[in-house]
Design a protein around this ligand. Sequence first.
Ligand code: CU
Length: 422
Amino acid sequence: MKTKRYRLLTLLTASFLFLGASASWGAVSFQCPGYDPGVDGDHNGDGMLRADDGEISNPLGSNQVCMHLTGGDGFVTMADGKETYIFGFSNVTGLPDDQVLSEGILAAAFPAPPILLRQGDEFYLSLTNVGMMMRPDLFDPHTVHWHGFPNASSVFDGVPDASISIKMGSTLTYYYNVVEPGTFMYHCHVEAAEHMQMGMLGNLYVEPDQNLLADGTSLNGFIHQTGFKYAYNDGDGSTYFDSDYPLQIGSFDGAFHDASISVQPLPFANMNDNYAMLNGRGYPDTIENNPLPAPVENGGKVSQFEDSLIEGTAGDKILLRISNLNVTRFYTLASPSIPMTVVGKDTKLLRSTDPDGAGPLLGENLYYNTNSVNLGGGEAVDVILDTTGIAPGTYFLYTTNLNYLSNDKEDFGGMMTEIHIN
Ligand SMILES: [Cu+2]
C-alpha cells in the first residue's frame, strides 16, 4: 500500500513538473533556415523539406534539407496481436511549434521515420523530446546518432558522453554535411541498450552522385542516363537497380518491454528477444502493404508505417538495403530462390583501393554472390537480387535462425517476408 501511494505521488509530482517544464521552457523550435511556415510545406509527402523540391522559401543552399522528429513513447502491435510499449521517434516535420507536443506525445513510430538523403545534401534535423507519457516518472533525454556517419563535430554525433543530449521539453537541431552515399541507420544513443531495445531505431540511406547527374554527363568516366539508379558511385553501372527496399532486421524482448511500462527493474542480463521482425513487424504483417491500424493505447495515432513486401517484374534488379540495429544477436537473412549479389558493406562499395593510388574505382571488384547474409548489430549490407530468368510467383526472404520464424509463441511468423515477381 505504501509503495502504491508513493508511486502515485511520484507520478503526480512528475506530471506537474512536466507540465511546468513544458510551459516555462517553451522550447519547441523547429530550426530550418529559410523555412516560412506560412507558405512552405512538405508538398511531396516524403516527410522532409527539400530546397530543390521548392519546399523551403529562402534556403541557405539548393541542397538544404530539413526534418523535425520528436522522441517519446507509444505502442506498437506485434504480429500475434499483443500491444507492446515502446520508446521511439515520430515525424512532425512542418507542424507549427505549438502543435508538436500534442502530436508528438504517444506517437512513437517503429521503425523510426525513414530518412532518405542525397550525396551533397546539407541536413538540418531538429529533435524535440516530448517526454514519456506512460512513464511520467522518467526524465530520460534522447539523441540522434547517425551510425557510420563520418561526423566532423562530436556535438552532433549524439553520443551523450561526448556531445549534447536533449532533455524533456527541449529541442536541438543537428547539422550534417552529407558527403558519402550508402546504407546507414540511426538510433538514440542515450542508455543505448535500453532505448534501442525499446525501439528508437530507423532506416537512413544516401543516394550517390551518380544518380543525380544530368542526362549524358559523366562521373568517373561513367555516362549517366536519366532515371537510372545506382547504389554507389561505381563508375561502371554495376550497382544499377530498378527498385530499392530498406529492410531493418531486428527483434524485441516482450518481457523487457512489459517490465518497462509496469515500472519493474529492467532484466538487462536476461534480455532474450522473442519477436523477430523486418521493419518492425513479424510475418505476415511484414507483407501488409499499408500502415498497421493504430494501437488502442496510442489514442488513434498510427505507429507502424513500413512494410517489407518486395515487388518486381522478372528481369528487374532489386536493391535490398539491409541493416541491423538489434542489441542482442546476429541474424541471417536468406533468399534461397533468387540469387543475392552483395555490392556494399557498411556504406562502402565492395571494391579494393587501386594499388596505383590513382583512384578507388580502378581497384579489384569484390562483389560476391550468395543466398544468405549474416549481420550483427550496427552492420549493413547492400544486396542486389537479380530476377533475370525467375518465373513469376511468390518467393520468400527469411531468417535461417529458424526458431525466429515465430511471433513469440505463435509459429510461422517472425523475420520473413515475400518477394512477388510478376
Ligand atoms: Cu532515447
